[in-house]
Design a protein around this ligand. Structure first.
Ligand code: PAF
Length: 283
């Protein structure tokens, strides 16, 4: 695997590719990222990963400074997973000037759920992903980019961005990878203490239970009551839930009418100690 740090080196390394397959990350990799890389290998003629902790998607009170930077260990794992090219730019390389032009996603999709609790988050994500797409795919007639299902809203918004800007990039969503007890793998799981880690799969269990109950809910009112009860149950176990909610998969709006035959997803975000975890399940 070759590691490059500048846009010029990246473009030179990709010059002969017909179809790059790209996995964007912020590093501190876990098996979920590596599974995306392995999947990418089957979808393009060169597999590219990026590692860049994107200041633009962190609020001032969030963990930008403490976000684990583990470049060498990440590079070793990427190599084993079969990545061909690692792009690890500095902030000065990716943001040589203050980024005053931004990609503003549709508020209907980006200001709810994660966007409600993390205002501006998806603007930061879309802006850096657009820059990374320009870096990796410019000059290529086609390409593929893979994102994890754990960040459900993110992969939906990026898919919409790609369609609206008519980018010649196929977006592929990889399944969430889970620990044996069901906890969704995430770089932020490393923040959990041993006691919190033993408790952390409760979020996944709460979502599974809510999904099972939601199918039987008679109407939106009954569903709202179930969601409220699920949040209260998690809070009683020491969590601070932001939301546990059932939404339509297509636009993340609340379902209306009969739930039985709709394509739904249950999404949750909750804080355990100082760690904020998110997860979801399609059902
Ligand atoms: O999912 C992430 O790790 C980040 O949001 C991404 C897509 C790499 C953009 O910084």
């Amino acid at each position: 695997m070759k590691t490059v740090h500048t846009l010029a080196q990246l473009r030179a390394a990709l010059a002969s590719s017909q179809r790059p397959a790209f996995v964007a990350t912020m590093g501190n990799l876990h098996p979920g990222h590596l599974e995306l890389v392995r999947q990418a290998r089957t979808l393009g003629d060169i597999t590219v990963a990026s590692i860049f902790v994107n200041r633009l998607q962190f609020a001032p009170h969030e963990d930008f400074d403490s976000y684990p930077r583990t470049l060498q260990a990440d590079a070793d794992q990427l190599q084993v997973a079969g990545c061909d090219l690692l792009f690890a730019p500095s902030e000065a390389e990716l943001y040589p000037q203050p980024q005053t032009f931004k990609v503003l996603p549709d508020a209907a999709l980006a200001d709810i759920l994660e966007g409600h609790f993390r205002p501006g988050f998806f603007t930061g994500v879309c802006t850096v992903v657009m820059k990374l797409f320009q870096a990796v795919f410019a000059g290529h007639a086609q390409g593929v980019a893979l994102f994890g299902m754990k960040d459900y809203q993110q992969q939906l918004i990026i898919g919409q961005m790609v369609r609206q800007f008519a980018l010649p990039i196929e977006i592929v969503t990889g399944q969430t990878q889970r620990a044996a007890d069901g906890l969704a793998l995430s770089s932020r799981n490393g923040y959990l203490s041993a006691a919190e880690r033993a408790q952390a799969a409760e979020l996944h269990r709460a979502l599974r239970q809510l999904a099972a109950q939601a199918r039987a809910a008679a109407d939106a009112r009954a569903l709202a009551a179930l969601q409220q009860r699920a949040e209260q149950a998690l809070a009683a176990q020491g969590w601070q839930p932001d939301y546990l909610t059932v939404r339509r998969r297509s636009d993340l709006l609340a379902p209306e009418g009969q739930l039985a035959d709709q394509a739904l997803v249950v999404l949750g975000a909750a804080r355990l100690g100082r760690t904020r975890l998110i997860d979801n399940l399609e059902f």
